[in-house]
Write a protein that binds this ligand. Structure first.
Ligand SMILES: [Zn+2]
Ligand SMILES: [Zn+2]
Length: 212
Protein backbone atom coordinates (compact mmCIF):
# COMPACT_ATOMS: atom_id res chain seq x y z
CA UNK A 1 0.00 0.00 0.00
CA UNK A 2 1.28 3.45 -0.93
CA UNK A 3 0.27 6.32 1.34
CA UNK A 4 0.81 9.98 0.61
CA UNK A 5 0.88 11.98 3.83
CA UNK A 6 0.09 15.69 3.77
CA UNK A 7 -0.13 18.12 6.66
CA UNK A 8 -0.41 21.83 7.30
CA UNK A 9 -1.89 22.85 3.96
CA UNK A 10 -3.13 26.10 5.57
CA UNK A 11 -5.39 26.77 2.55
CA UNK A 12 -2.41 26.88 0.18
CA UNK A 13 -3.11 24.55 -2.77
CA UNK A 14 -0.67 25.84 -5.37
CA UNK A 15 1.76 22.93 -4.86
CA UNK A 16 -0.85 20.20 -5.49
CA UNK A 17 -0.32 20.20 -9.26
CA UNK A 18 3.38 19.43 -8.81
CA UNK A 19 2.39 16.53 -6.52
CA UNK A 20 -0.08 15.19 -9.08
CA UNK A 21 1.84 12.07 -10.06
CA UNK A 22 2.44 11.01 -6.45
CA UNK A 23 -1.12 11.79 -5.39
CA UNK A 24 -2.66 9.91 -8.30
CA UNK A 25 -0.54 6.78 -7.69
CA UNK A 26 -1.37 6.56 -3.96
CA UNK A 27 -3.82 4.09 -2.44
CA UNK A 28 -4.65 6.51 0.36
CA UNK A 29 -4.00 10.21 0.97
CA UNK A 30 -3.79 11.18 4.65
CA UNK A 31 -4.11 14.78 5.84
CA UNK A 32 -2.82 15.48 9.35
CA UNK A 33 -4.68 18.72 10.03
CA UNK A 34 -4.35 22.48 9.54
CA UNK A 35 -6.17 21.94 6.26
CA UNK A 36 -7.27 25.59 6.31
CA UNK A 37 -5.84 28.76 7.79
CA UNK A 38 -8.56 29.50 10.34
CA UNK A 39 -11.21 28.53 7.78
CA UNK A 40 -14.44 26.58 8.02
CA UNK A 41 -16.47 24.14 5.94
CA UNK A 42 -16.30 26.21 2.75
CA UNK A 43 -12.53 26.56 2.93
CA UNK A 44 -12.11 22.86 3.63
CA UNK A 45 -14.37 21.91 0.74
CA UNK A 46 -12.34 23.98 -1.73
CA UNK A 47 -9.13 22.21 -0.72
CA UNK A 48 -10.57 18.69 -0.57
CA UNK A 49 -12.29 19.09 -3.93
CA UNK A 50 -9.00 20.11 -5.49
CA UNK A 51 -7.24 17.10 -3.96
CA UNK A 52 -10.02 14.79 -5.14
CA UNK A 53 -9.14 15.68 -8.73
CA UNK A 54 -5.99 13.63 -8.12
CA UNK A 55 -7.21 10.98 -5.68
CA UNK A 56 -10.66 10.27 -4.19
CA UNK A 57 -9.31 8.14 -1.29
CA UNK A 58 -8.73 10.79 1.39
CA UNK A 59 -8.77 10.46 5.19
CA UNK A 60 -8.13 13.43 7.47
CA UNK A 61 -8.24 15.00 10.90
CA UNK A 62 -8.44 18.76 11.53
CA UNK A 63 -5.80 20.80 13.33
CA UNK A 64 -5.70 23.76 15.69
CA UNK A 65 -5.93 26.21 12.76
CA UNK A 66 -9.15 24.61 11.45
CA UNK A 67 -12.49 26.00 12.55
CA UNK A 68 -15.23 23.74 13.82
CA UNK A 69 -16.83 23.70 10.37
CA UNK A 70 -13.83 21.83 8.95
CA UNK A 71 -14.56 18.77 11.10
CA UNK A 72 -18.26 19.02 10.28
CA UNK A 73 -17.40 18.99 6.58
CA UNK A 74 -14.95 16.07 6.92
CA UNK A 75 -17.47 14.03 8.90
CA UNK A 76 -20.27 14.77 6.43
CA UNK A 77 -18.08 13.66 3.52
CA UNK A 78 -16.96 10.46 5.29
CA UNK A 79 -13.34 11.63 5.38
CA UNK A 80 -12.84 12.22 9.10
CA UNK A 81 -10.77 9.81 11.19
CA UNK A 82 -11.59 11.61 14.46
CA UNK A 83 -13.39 9.08 16.63
CA UNK A 84 -13.62 6.77 13.63
CA UNK A 85 -11.91 3.70 12.20
CA UNK A 86 -11.74 2.93 8.50
CA UNK A 87 -10.37 -0.42 7.26
CA UNK A 88 -8.67 -0.48 3.86
CA UNK A 89 -6.98 -3.63 2.53
CA UNK A 90 -6.45 -5.06 6.00
CA UNK A 91 -5.10 -1.84 7.52
CA UNK A 92 -7.10 -0.07 10.23
CA UNK A 93 -6.89 3.72 9.95
CA UNK A 94 -7.89 5.77 13.00
CA UNK A 95 -7.07 9.15 14.49
CA UNK A 96 -8.10 12.05 16.63
CA UNK A 97 -7.97 15.80 16.95
CA UNK A 98 -7.45 16.84 20.56
CA UNK A 99 -8.91 20.31 20.01
CA UNK A 100 -12.35 18.94 19.29
CA UNK A 101 -14.81 18.89 22.16
CA UNK A 102 -14.84 15.77 24.23
CA UNK A 103 -18.44 15.49 25.31
CA UNK A 104 -18.57 11.83 26.37
CA UNK A 105 -15.57 12.37 28.66
CA UNK A 106 -17.20 15.47 30.14
CA UNK A 107 -20.23 13.37 30.98
CA UNK A 108 -18.16 10.61 32.56
CA UNK A 109 -17.52 8.40 29.52
CA UNK A 110 -14.14 7.38 28.13
CA UNK A 111 -12.03 10.21 26.72
CA UNK A 112 -11.04 10.42 23.07
CA UNK A 113 -7.75 8.63 23.68
CA UNK A 114 -9.49 5.68 25.34
CA UNK A 115 -12.10 5.60 22.57
CA UNK A 116 -9.39 5.57 19.91
CA UNK A 117 -7.59 2.71 21.64
CA UNK A 118 -10.84 0.74 21.98
CA UNK A 119 -11.70 1.30 18.32
CA UNK A 120 -8.50 -0.48 17.28
CA UNK A 121 -9.22 -3.67 19.21
CA UNK A 122 -8.50 -6.62 16.95
CA UNK A 123 -6.70 -4.56 14.32
CA UNK A 124 -3.63 -6.45 13.06
CA UNK A 125 -2.06 -3.38 11.46
CA UNK A 126 -3.05 0.15 12.40
CA UNK A 127 -2.17 3.58 11.05
CA UNK A 128 -2.85 6.49 13.42
CA UNK A 129 -3.40 10.10 12.33
CA UNK A 130 -3.17 13.16 14.60
CA UNK A 131 -2.35 16.80 14.04
CA UNK A 132 -0.04 17.14 17.03
CA UNK A 133 2.91 14.75 17.11
CA UNK A 134 4.00 12.50 19.96
CA UNK A 135 5.83 14.52 22.63
CA UNK A 136 9.59 14.24 22.98
CA UNK A 137 10.45 12.95 19.50
CA UNK A 138 12.39 14.40 16.58
CA UNK A 139 9.10 15.08 14.77
CA UNK A 140 7.95 17.49 17.51
CA UNK A 141 11.24 19.31 18.18
CA UNK A 142 11.23 23.06 17.53
CA UNK A 143 14.37 24.99 16.65
CA UNK A 144 16.03 25.59 20.02
CA UNK A 145 14.99 22.19 21.31
CA UNK A 146 11.55 22.79 22.80
CA UNK A 147 8.89 20.17 22.08
CA UNK A 148 5.60 21.00 20.38
CA UNK A 149 4.06 17.56 20.72
CA UNK A 150 1.47 16.06 22.99
CA UNK A 151 2.09 13.68 25.89
CA UNK A 152 -1.31 11.95 25.69
CA UNK A 153 -0.75 11.26 21.99
CA UNK A 154 2.61 9.71 22.78
CA UNK A 155 1.11 7.52 25.51
CA UNK A 156 -1.65 6.42 23.16
CA UNK A 157 0.81 5.50 20.38
CA UNK A 158 2.90 3.54 22.88
CA UNK A 159 -0.26 1.73 23.97
CA UNK A 160 -1.80 0.88 20.60
CA UNK A 161 1.51 0.37 18.74
CA UNK A 162 0.38 1.29 15.22
CA UNK A 163 2.84 0.45 12.44
CA UNK A 164 2.68 4.09 11.37
CA UNK A 165 1.71 7.36 13.08
CA UNK A 166 1.41 10.47 10.90
CA UNK A 167 1.25 13.98 12.34
CA UNK A 168 2.18 17.57 11.49
CA UNK A 169 1.73 20.84 13.43
CA UNK A 170 5.43 21.45 14.11
CA UNK A 171 6.28 22.79 10.66
CA UNK A 172 10.03 22.87 11.32
CA UNK A 173 10.19 19.23 12.44
CA UNK A 174 9.60 17.37 9.18
CA UNK A 175 11.13 13.93 9.42
CA UNK A 176 10.76 10.46 10.80
CA UNK A 177 11.36 8.85 14.16
CA UNK A 178 10.51 5.62 15.93
CA UNK A 179 8.56 4.88 19.07
CA UNK A 180 8.85 1.17 19.82
CA UNK A 181 7.45 -0.65 16.77
CA UNK A 182 5.87 2.54 15.39
CA UNK A 183 7.33 4.66 12.59
CA UNK A 184 6.50 8.34 13.17
CA UNK A 185 6.24 10.64 10.16
CA UNK A 186 5.88 14.42 9.99
CA UNK A 187 5.77 15.21 6.25
CA UNK A 188 6.38 18.93 6.77
CA UNK A 189 4.00 21.66 5.62
CA UNK A 190 2.22 21.06 2.30
CA UNK A 191 1.84 24.85 2.10
CA UNK A 192 5.56 24.79 1.28
CA UNK A 193 5.29 21.84 -1.12
CA UNK A 194 6.22 19.12 1.35
CA UNK A 195 4.73 15.63 1.48
CA UNK A 196 5.75 12.10 2.44
CA UNK A 197 5.44 8.93 0.36
CA UNK A 198 5.14 5.87 2.57
CA UNK A 199 5.15 2.26 1.40
CA UNK A 200 3.41 -0.08 3.81
CA UNK A 201 3.28 -3.87 3.70
CA UNK A 202 3.35 -5.90 6.93
CA UNK A 203 5.62 -3.11 8.21
CA UNK A 204 6.59 0.33 6.96
CA UNK A 205 8.89 -0.50 4.04
CA UNK A 206 10.02 3.03 3.22
CA UNK A 207 9.37 6.69 3.97
CA UNK A 208 10.38 9.28 1.42
CA UNK A 209 10.23 12.93 2.47
CA UNK A 210 9.53 14.89 -0.69
CA UNK A 211 9.47 18.53 -1.69
CA UNK A 212 8.10 20.07 -4.90
ZN1 LIG B 1 0.21 24.26 10.86
ZN1 LIG C 1 -1.07 23.27 13.94
Amino acid sequence: MVIIALSDIHSETRHFAAMAEALTAADVVLIAGDITHFGGATGAREIIEELRLYNPSILAVPGNCDGRGVQEYLAREGLSLHDRRVDIDGVAFAGLCRWLDDEPAASGGPDMYARAAASLTGARRAVFLTHQPAYGTTVDTLPGGRHGGNRETRALIERIEPVLAVSGHVHEAAGTDRLGPTTLVNPGPARRGRYARIVLSEQVESVELCSV
